[in-house]
Structure formats: C-alpha cells, structure tokens
Design a protein around this ligand. Structure first.
Ligand code: FMN
Length: 463
C-alpha cells in the first residue's frame, strides 16, 4: 500500500508531527510511506509548476493520503493554506478525488478542532474519502497507551482502504451568492461619526477597490468625519511565513527581525490602534493565506496578549454563515486578547442599502464602545483558550516560552488557578463540613443559598 503524507510543518523533516508517521512506519514497514514537505517548500512549489504537478502525480499514484500538520494559530500554517489554495486555483482537484484520507494534527489542543474542521471541509470539497481525524497532543507519542491508540487508528485507516469501506460527507459545497454590492449616496456630513480621537485602523488584503469588499471598506471609511487608516497587507514587506524556529519563546525576538517590515507594521500601526477592523474575502474555507501569514507571524509575541482593551470587528465578503468555523476563530482571536468583539459585517445577506446601514452602525458602535472602554464578558472561546495557555505555560512549556511565563507571573495570570482563589477556599472550608451533616444538608435550600449574595446587591440602594 502506498501512503503519501502531505507534511504541513514548516520544519520539514524535523517536525514532531512526522514522528507520528515514522512510528507507524516502524510498526508497519510493509507499506510505502512517501512524505512530501509541503509547508517547508511552498515557495518552490508555487514557483515551479513541474514540482506542483509532480506532487499531484504522487497523490494520484497513492492508495491513501495523510494530511499531517502542526496547529498554527487555530488553523494550518499559511504555507500549507497556500498549497490548498493552489489546488483550487490550478484546478487540480481531480488528483485528490476518491482518495482515502485522514487528518492528523499535533498541538496543545488550543483550537485544534477549528483546524480539524477546516481540513475536513477541504477534504470534502476535494471529494476525498475522508476516513477520520486524529487530533493528537504533541506529546502523545511519549506515552504507551496513547501510542497504542494512535497505532490502532492508523491500522484502521489501512483496513478501511483495503476493504474499500464507505465514508460519509459532512460539508455541503459552499453556495456563493451572485451579488454586486453598490454603495448608496455619500453620507451627509451631519450623519458622520466623530472618531473622538480614537485611532481607527482597517487592515485588508484586498487590492481591488471595485470588489464588494473594496467598496465596503470605502463605505465604512466614509462613515467617519475624521480620517481613519487603511492598510493593505500586500503593501507590507513580509518576507515569508512563520518557520516555527521558536526563537521568539525566550524574549519575543523573531528570527525575521531586520529582514522585513512586519514588526513596524505590527508594533507601530496595529498595536497602537484603539479600534481594529480586519477585512477580507473568504478563500476556500478561511481567509487568504496572506491573511494567515500575518496571523502566524504575529505569533512572535507567543501567548502574551498584545492587543488588550481594543474594539475589534471584521468586514467580510463571502459565505460566512456557511462556515461557522471562521466566526469562531474570529471571536476567539479577540477574546483571548481581552478585547471587545463587536461584530462581523458581510455581503452574504441583504441589499446594498441594508449593508450600508450595517456598516454605518458598525462604525458608530466601535466608537461608542471605545469611548466607554466597554469590553463584554468573554465566552468559552476566550475563557477555555486562555486556560489552556495558562496551564501549558505554567507547566510543560514554560522553558520554551519564558517570555510568556514572566508576563503571566507579573500580570497575575497564575492567580486565576482555582487553588489560589482565597474566597472559594474559605467558603469551602466553612461549608463542606456542614454539608456532610445530614440534618444540615436536608434543611438547606440550595436555590435560596445561591440567591443570598445576589439579593444583597439587588436590595442595596448604593450598588
Ligand atoms: C506559530 C505557531 C502557532 C501555533 N499555534 C498553535 C495553536 O493555535 N494551537 C495549538 O494547540 N498549538 C499551536 N502551536 C503548537 C504546535 O502546533 C505544536 O507544537 C506542534 O506539535 C508542532 O508540530 P511540528 O513539529 O510538526 O511543527 C503553534 C506553534 C507555532 C510555532
């Protein structure tokens, strides 16, 4: 059996994810394992058409395909995303059709589900026979029981191919609406929104002003009585995607420093803004790989929040609600920064007039919330994510991400461990012994006990 592995790690052969493949190879040497370093060599693949075609040939000659990659900022890395874009741009889907496949990721389980969902939908778009996914923790291979379950999964994949077992589809093809957004007449000066000195930045990857997104950005800008800044990602000197060297872990110094202009953009333009609006067109099942490159490169600040207290939102063109995965990552990006997720305005529904009104009101809300320093409570997306970071930086990844650790310690992140919650500790010390007494337990009305502190707030005229 010939298995081709499309390696999505920029580290190439030095990838942790590929150790999972080598383990299977050791246990089942009877099969052929063909690893192609996609992410590491993406520039060559993109430039050299023959190289790209050769990969398609290897895919076509294989019995099974494994998409194996590290999690990179809630998805695959930009280099791998670019490869996926090339498949569609160059009409190369046929090579993948009906191939048995599974998706292997390694990570610390921070948004591995969104990366997995993304790849699953891509497999369905390519009409592959998707057998399943394996969202491994990076360290799984170091534990006997976890090695055994990985082996079982891989063996079941081979079994699936050998027996031509059926596979199901989960993602319907995207339904793209044919709609031309035509902005209405210029907004009168009296309706324009004062920025109140807030620095507003729109970051976009759209180079054509006449597309829906180009026109939406222009209309949004027109909502304000003062200037706002619009930056195009193609005007920024970015030499390449994150190469996962992890030099940043120690002191947030990226190995690209002095080689391109990313840091000036991020630190002088993005980080200094009060209001951030990200704009783009949906490309396959996410934003473009250019956008992803920016998200990955911003990882040089590792797990330390750098956009705290901002108002953030998105202007998007494309079938957003058909891909809930995207909104989830957008919201999570904002929530883990302790910023306020305001909204996503799209051209997916409504007339041009309705979109105009939404864009205008988006502008109003961004400024109103910024003036009031309003940050709404975060959801599971931010809360869960931040806890994973906190635990990993405190624990096994502290030596890798010392800069994060120092920041977390200084800013009280570790005070949020439940064992440090003095109020809860005192309450438990007092109440648990009481709860063990049958008489007390039977007498207590838990609903009323829960309400007692709230009643105090409601009845206090000064609160
Ligand atoms: C730029 C970058 C972004 C990352 N983003 C995530 C993430 O969003 N979620 C996660 O759980 N792990 C994340 N990781 C951790 C890697 O996915 C993990 O260490 C992986 O096992 C590395 O595999 P590799 O050696 O095959 O590249 C990130 C690592 C890097 C370098």
């Amino acid at each position: 059996m010939k298995i081709t592995i499309l390696n999505g790690s920029p580290k190439g052969a030095e990838s942790v994810t590929m150790q999972y493949i080598l383990y299977i190879k050791k246990k089942h040497p009877e099969h052929e394992y063909n690893i192609i370093n996609i992410a590491q060599t993406i520039k060559k693949i993109e430039k050299n058409e023959e190289r790209f075609k050769n990969i398609l040939k290897q895919v076509g000659d294989s019995d099974g395909i494994i998409w194996g990659f590290p999690l990179f900022v809630m998805l695959v890395c930009s280099q791998y995303k670019r490869f996926i874009e090339l498949i569609f741009e160059r009409n190369a889907e046929a090579a993948f059709e009906n191939k048995f496949t599974f998706v292997l990721s390694t990570s610390i389980h921070f948004y591995d589900h969104t990366a997995q969902n993304y790849m699953h939908s891509i497999c369905d778009d390519l009409k592959m026979n998707y057998v399943g996914n394996y969202p491994a923790d990076s360290w799984d291979l170091l534990y006997p029981k976890r090695r055994a379950r990985w082996l079982l999964f891989a063996e079941e994949f081979i079994n699936h191919i050998e027996n031509n077992f059926p596979t199901s589809k989960h993602y319907a093809p995207l339904n793209i609406r044919d709609f031309k957004y035509t902005p209405g007449k210029i907004i009168e000066d009296t309706r324009k929104i004062d920025t109140h000195g807030k620095k507003i930045l729109v970051v976009s990857d759209e180079t054509n002003e006449n597309t829906n997104i180009g026109k939406m950005i222009k209309k949004f800008k027109e909502s304000f009585s003062n200037e706002i800044e619009i930056v195009n990602l193609y005007d920024i000197d970015i030499k390449g995607g994150c190469i996962s060297c992890l030099q940043c872990g120690y002191d947030n110094k990226c190995s690209y420093i002095g080689k391109d202009g990313f840091f000036e953009f991020w630190e002088d333009v993005v980080m200094t803004s009060d209001i951030l609006v990200f704009a783009g067109v949906i490309k396959d099942r996410y934003l473009s790989s250019r956008w992803k490159m920016v998200q990955d490169r911003a990882f040089y600040m590792t797990h330390t929040p750098t956009l705290i207290g901002k108002q953030m939102g998105y202007i998007i063109s494309g079938p957003l609600t058909q891909i809930p995965n995207i909104s989830q990552t957008f919201q999570a990006h904002v929530e883990i920064q302790d910023s306020n997720f305001v909204d996503i305005i799209t051209d997916e529904f409504g007339t041009s007039e309705e979109i105009d009104a939404l864009l205008h009101d988006f502008a109003r809300r961004l400024v109103t919330f910024s003036k009031a320093d309003y940050i709404k409570p975060i959801t599971f997306l931010g809360e869960g994510g931040k806890k994973i970071f906190r635990d990993d930086i405190y624990g096994r990844n502290r030596f890798v991400f010392l800069a994060d650790h120092e920041y977390y310690e200084k800013h009280g992140f570790y005070d949020t461990f439940p064992q440090n919650d003095e109020r809860a500790k005192k309450m438990n010390e007092k109440l648990i012994p009481l709860m063990r007494i049958d008489k007390v337990r039977n007498k207590i009305n838990m609903k009323q006990e829960f309400l007692r502190p709230f009643t105090k707030v409601i009845e206090d005229p000064n609160k």
